[in-house]
Design a protein around this ligand. Structure first.
Ligand code: MN
Ligand code: MN
Length: 459
């Protein structure tokens, strides 16, 4: 159904389902602030629902067949799930793909320094951020520190009520005459996004006494030494929990909706589809925010390689079968869309902008400057999707990302389309995308879940 505001269509039963999904999603966000944490949560979810680790299948030499559910983890940062249906070659797969990395600040490998009796950690920002949004708000540290002996220390500091938080300072307005004349991209420089982590010197030290005190604490409380930052991945994210927003509690304000608001309902849809006729596949990838690069991004060969393993374990592996399986597949490449913001209405073309409350967004093409870099989905495929959504009473809308030539963006859609499968961008409308706190409508989360499930059943 297109055009209707979903909120006007719900009865009490649907509202309670929507609220339950929203609450579970908020818990997922609170416990999954990094790609590593999200992967861990998704593995737990899969295991609980009878999914088996593909690595164990390979090791044991067990066979796979229709009805088997498996998952494969890529370097603790990405995960693929598969629920095998009737004819994986002839029917291909119904693939739900989303990314679980979000914009943030990353701690550098040699980060610690002291200046004027204040101790700092140097950062390098990750993904597209407005740098000025990251100053003066409470920040938390999440990540891992790996010791040379291979042992791993997991870190999450700043989320509990009695945890300390960290912050980047900003120049006081009283002295900001010059700063206020700068453009927004110059106001806070990337190299100035250093987080303040301490101000209390140890007694009896003459040089760098605050840094020394911090190192003492890191050693005592976390068993971390200065050199350990070399083999660490620590992400600096906004501290605090996802919150309901608005008097009517219709929205969720949280860090990392992009793209966990698509990843989570995709995963739940995967769990809910018990015995699909067509093989159901969930892809939850890393590094989308920096171009889908690296071993854990969508451009890596991981998915393809795991599918080789699956076909091999099914006793039907050949390169031709693999390419047929991909070619016969369909995908919803799920990522957030720019919600029409009335405060910045001139950046949107209203008739082709996504709106809060209007459901799952289908985006035929992304890209910039004349659709450049876009996967332009086929009209035939859109026709099929309309039928599916209508059959399952899913509220959906179509949109593009802002007005022509105002900007643009990309997703993982173009990568999967290279296999010759049907791919379209779909997802959820977000306000303040890439800000420390982004907003979505609960109803869009719910309609996305319904849409993903319909796709897995009917695709
Ligand atoms: Mn995204
Ligand atoms: Mn993004």
């Amino acid at each position: 159904m297109i055009h209707d505001n979903a909120w006007t269509l719900y009865d009490e039963k649907e509202i309670s389902k929507l609220e339950k999904l929203s609450k579970d999603y908020m818990d997922f966000l609170d416990n999954g602030k990094t790609e590593r944490e999200c992967t861990k949560l998704l593995v737990e979810m899969a295991k609980k629902n009878g999914y088996r680790d593909l690595a164990d299948v390979i090791k044991s030499g067990d066979k796979l067949a229709k009805g088997d559910k498996i998952y494969a983890v890529n370097m603790n940062k990405a995960i693929m799930m598969l629920n095998i249906g009737d004819d994986i070659i002839g029917d291909g797969m119904n693939i739900l793909g989303a990314h679980i990395d979000s914009p943030r600040l990353d701690i550098k490998q040699n980060p610690l320094y002291e200046s004027e009796e204040l101790a700092y950690l140097n950062t390098h920002y990750y993904g597209g951020i407005k740098k000025y949004q990251y100053v003066t708000l409470p920040l938390a540290l999440h990540g891992v520190v790996v010791k040379p002996d291979g042992s791993k220390i997991e870190i999450s500091i700043g989320e509990k009520d009695d945890d300390p938080v960290f912050f980047v300072s900003d120049l006081l307005i009283h002295l900001a005459q010059d700063q206020m004349k700068l453009t927004a991209s110059e106001v806070i420089k990337g190299e100035d996004l250093d987080i303040l982590i301490g101000s209390k010197p140890v007694k009896g030290e003459e040089k760098e006494a605050v840094k020394k005190a911090i190192l003492d604490i890191l050693k005592k409380e976390y068993d971390i030494e200065e050199d350990d930052f070399i083999s660490a991945e620590i992400e600096v994210v906004p501290a605090g929990k996802a919150r309901e927003a608005g008097f009517d509690r219709s929205m969720i304000l949280a860090y990392g909706h992009d793209d966990r608001c698509c990843a989570y309902p995709s995963a739940i849809a995967m769990m809910d589809v018990a015995d699909p006729k067509t093989t159901a596949c969930g892809l939850f990838v890393d590094k989308e925010e920096i171009g889908s690069v690296g071993a854990t991004g969508m451009e890596s060969h991981f998915f393809e390689d795991m599918m080789r393993e699956v076909l091999n374990a099914m006793g039907i592996y050949s390169e031709l079968n693999l390419t047929r399986c991909f070619r016969n597949s369909r995908m919803l490449s799920s990522d957030v869309n720019a919600a029409l913001d009335p405060l910045y209405a001139d950046k949107f073309e209203k008739q082709n902008a996504s709106k809060f409350g209007h459901g799952l967004v289908f985006c035929k093409f992304t890209g910039a400057r004349g659709k450049s870099g876009s996967n332009d989905a086929n009209a035939e495929y859109l026709g099929q999707l309309r039928a599916m959504m209508d059959k399952h009473d899913v509220v959906y809308q179509t949109a593009e990302l802002g007005k022509v030539d105002v900007g643009g963006g990309g997703t993982i859609a173009y990568i999967l389309s290279l296999y010759g499968m049907q791919v379209i961008d779909s997802g959820i409308a977000v306000l303040s995308m890439h800000a420390p706190w982004e907003a979505i409508s609960k109803s869009d989360l719910y309609e996305a879940y319904k849409g993903y499930k319909a796709f897995l059943i009917e695709g």
